[in-house]
Design a protein around this ligand. Structure first.
Ligand SMILES: Nc1ncnc2c1ncn2[C@@H]1O[C@H](COP(=O)(O)OP(=O)(O)OP(=O)(O)O)[C@@H](O)[C@H]1O
Length: 445
């Protein structure tokens, strides 16, 4: 199997001869090709949750430039790596695109072999994680890109910083990196905020016998126990100042001292740190060392909040329901109903994936009917009990209905290519009703 086999590629090319021949050549290599002949067609297809692993885009398209397609993708939350095809005179534009984050470009005419070689460098290393079936962290474009970045980072050894709100899955992401890069080696997780400051130093670096009162025996710390695996330092923003200096030395000298020891111990693990606090602010306020932040953020991965990636809400909901239903085979719950899915999409998820997981676990354990409804995910006590101040309170039923209507109307308008008469027909309502709904929901045609 070649590196390209089973990967998906999106081809944006208006010229039918060129498009046909590229589609044929790429398909022969085992790639799954989707070919679009205009920028608009491509953008419409790429707005779906599942996007190709890599895009090949002509720089001149009938309706917009390749540059505009790329900008729209980036603005919409991220783009798979894009290889641009340029004509000789477009080199300046290609250089500009590379600066803006495009992955590569080829000047026409080119050999098929050259194109395949360039593509091989852009597809993720592991085909099983590239397919959506193999998605680990999510199916939204931004999470697919994050997974691709993780597989690239797997080959490096420098520290990685993972940022994001509480419960977005920073540890899950660190564990995935471990799985991709050092699966047989230890994964040692340390919550810097949970261990009392005066214990943290000996917990991380270990101590010799007699190093302090009560140190009855030599104790290897987390750094030593991580061996050649991953040392995951969660809530790194809470690391006490004295330990920040020690961690910086460990990273720079690749060695550390157990408390009370004179000889250094070599450090072979990879440090992955995570934080939900803003490190630059902590640095500005003097709570975190700037030099340590710069050492840690060589590779930074930011996981966006769940509310900004609704595709993942549906996907994770299904996964958790499947998992917890399997754990309660004798219970009445079989799956999740459409209204509960709507309610989940309309909810803000302040606790992110952790909140979703907990709500599903509770709903499956307590549910009385085969299909979970909104009230199973968001029990009635929450509907009234919080008086509106409860951060986990769900959206009201009216909000759920509005969100559902908004999505249905937007989908119909898209499918009808902007023709409101046709959109109303698709929705089975009159044009006046459609127009009134659009006005109430603040939608423009
Ligand atoms: N992609 C995912 N698939 C399945 N479960 C997930 C995923 N992401 C997060 N979770 C689950 O959500 C919960 C929170 O995840 P995790 O501990 O990784 O978040 P975090 O960002 O590290 O949180 P904190 O900032 O509070 O430490 C865990 O129970 C985890 O198993």
């Amino acid at each position: 199997m070649t590196v390209l086999e089973r990967h998906s590629v999106g081809l944006i090319e208006d010229d039918p001869v060129m498009g046909e021949s590229l589609t044929q050549g790429l398909t022969l290599e085992g790639l799954q090709v989707s070919w679009w002949q205009s920028g608009a067609e491509a953008l419409k297809a790429l707005s779906r949750p599942v996007v190709p692993d890599v895009l090949i885009c002509d720089i001149r398209l009938p309706d917009m430039s390749g540059e505009a397609v790329f900008e729209a993708l980036v603005r919409a939350g991220g783009s798979p790596p894009v290889l641009f095809m340029t004509a000789y005179g477009d080199i300046d534009q290609a250089v500009r695109l590379m600066r803006a984050g495009a992955a590569d470009y080829l000047t026409k005419p080119f050999e098929m072999g050259t194109l395949l070689g360039r593509l091989a460098a852009l597809v993720p290393g592991d085909a099983s994680t590239a397919a959506t079936d193999g998605a680990v962290l999510g199916v939204s474009p931004v999470m697919r890109i994050l997974e691709r970045d993780l597989s690239r980072l797997a080959g490096a050894s420098g520290p990685v910083l993972i940022t994001g709100e509480t419960g977005v899955g920073k540890e899950v992401c660190a564990r995935h990196l471990h799985h991709l890069s050092r699966p047989g080696a230890p994964f040692i997780a340390v919550n810097c905020a949970a261990i009392p400051a005066d214990l943290l130093e000996s917990e991380i670096f270990g101590h010799e016998k007699g190093a302090f009162t009560g140190a009855a025996a030599r104790h290897p710390g987390y750094a030593e126990r991580a061996r050649d695996g991953i040392l995951f330092l969660d809530e790194i923003g809470d690391l006490p100042p004295a330990l920040q200096g020690k961690l910086l030395r460990l990273l720079e000298e690749r060695a550390f001292h157990r408390l009370g020891a004179t000889a250094p111990v070599p450090f072979r693990a990879r440090v992955v740190a995570a934080t939900n606090t803003d490190l630059p602010t902590a640095v500005a306020e003097g709570r975190f060392r700037a030099d340590l932040m710069y050492r840690l953020n060589t590779f930074t991965l930011d996981i966006p909040p769940l509310r900004t990636r609704p595709e993942d809400t549906g996907w994770l909901l299904d996964r958790f329901v499947t998992r917890f239903v399997a754990e309660h085979p004798d219970g009445p719950v079989r799956g999740v109903g459409a209204l509960a899915e709507e309610a989940a999409r309309a909810h803000d998820w302040p606790g992110n994936v952790r909140e979703l997981r907990n709500r599903v676990e509770r709903a499956v354990a307590m549910g009385l009917s085969p299909w979970l409804g909104p009230a199973d995910l968001f029990p009635p006590a929450r509907w009234t009990g919080g008086g509106g101040a409860d951060p986990e309170a769900p959206a009201a039923l009216a909000d759920i209905r509005d969100a559902a209507e908004r999505r249905a109307i937007e989908g119909a308008i898209r499918d009808a290519d902007g023709q409101l008469r046709e959109a109303a027909r698709l929705l089975g309502i009159s044009r006046t009703t459609l127009w009134e709904k659009m006005r109430r929901l603040g939608l423009s045609g």
